[in-house]
Structures are given as C-alpha cells and as structure tokens.
Design a protein around this ligand. Structure first.
Ligand code: CU
Length: 204
C-alpha cells in the first residue's frame, strides 16, 4: 500500500512535469517564431521593380544632387537593402565637390540607417564616423524605424570609393550597403542599378 501510494505520487509528479515541459516548450517555440519574424519580416508588399529616376535627381539650378535611399525597399537580402539592392550591387557616382542631399526612409520595423563611409569600412561591425561632415542619418547606430523619413546633407569633398552603409551594428557586414563613387572626372551624377545601364538625370 505504502509502495503503491508513493508510486502514484511519483506518476502524478511525472505527469505534472511533462505538462509543465510541454507548456514551456510550446511557449519557447512561439517566442522563437516571434524572433524569427522580427528579424526577417515578410517582404513588403512593394515588389515593383526599382527605377533609377526615382532615386536620383538634380535640383532645378543643377547645383544639388538629390538622392533617395529606401531601406527594406523590398525583400532583397532580408530587407537589408537600399532601393532593393545590397552588397554594392547599386552604384551612385557623383562629381567631386557636389552638394548632396539624401532623403532616407525605412519601410521595415527593423531599425536601419545610412552612413557614408570609405569602402573598406563596410566589413566592420560598427561604421564609425561618416567620411564627410554631415554624411549620415541621425543616430546611425540606433537607426530608425520611422517611415516619416530623415534628410541629411554633405559635400563630396574628396574623390574615391565610398559606400552608403547601414550604421546599425553588423548590417553593413551582412550586405546592407550600396556603392558611392566620388569622381573627379564625372560632370553629372549617375546611378547604376544591378546590371542596368547607368542612369544620368538631365540638368533642367
Ligand atoms: Cu540595416
């Protein structure tokens, strides 16, 4: 009797433990799913192909280069893209000395930002200070999830190979960057998207 009773208690305890484990496990799975969803959100509904003329223009007096950068433009590279491109597969060229105005928006709930850096910086986990004074969105390390947009301006005062990189830690190293060349030969800015011919806006 005594032995049987203790066996029953043991069986009950085991059952209770199994229940607890099942519940915890179910919650753990739900949490993991939630994390995966947060880290890799479904591609935004916008699957229209990117058009270069939407991202590059000249001010009416032709003196200012206007650049539009949109993070998570589509699902490319898990949303870690600018205008649908990652890993340097889009390239802006701007003339040396040009005044640049960048309008940045992020379509994702995952924070992103923009920092202009020298090309080798993209391999780092932290982007550090911008290569040109003013050349980043506010708080690039924290990034933004706001859809209202952020504007910043800088002068392309040195020729060379640069990048528009995301300043959120580890994003650039994971491909969240596109190329920026400051050219002492180019007279007009241009933008090449993937394998398409480079687009040059007409001076108006
Ligand atoms: Cu990013």
């Amino acid at each position: 009797m005594h032995a049987k009773s203790s066996h029953s208690i043991w069986a009950l305890a085991t059952t209770a433990l199994l229940w607890a484990f099942t519940i915890v496990n179910a919650q753990g799975t739900a949490a993991a799913d939630h994390d995966a969803h947060t880290n890799h959100p479904a591609p935004p509904a916008n699957e229209a192909p990117p058009k270069a003329e939407d991202f590059l223009s000249l001010s009416p007096d032709g003196k200012k280069v206007r650049i539009v950068l949109i993070s998570a433009f589509n699902g490319a590279n898990y949303g870690m893209n600018f205008n649908g491109f990652a890993k340097g597969q889009a390239k802006f060229v701007v003339p040396l000395g040009a005044d640049i105005e960048v309008s940045f928006t992020n379509r994702s709930p995952v924070p992103h930002s923009v920092v202009v850096v020298e090309r080798p910086q993209i391999k780092r986990l932290q982007m550090g200070d911008p290569a040109f004074e003013g050349g980043s969105s506010p708080n690039p390390t924290r990034g933004t999830t706001g859809s209202k947009g952020e504007t910043f301006r800088f002068k392309a005062s040195e020729a060379g190979d640069f990048a528009f990189a995301c300043g959120f830690p580890s994003h650039a190293a994971n491909g969240h960057w596109i190329a920026l060349e400051v050219s002492d030969k180019a007279k007009l800015p241009s933008l090449q998207l993937g394998g398409n011919p480079a687009y040059t806006p007409a001076a108006r």
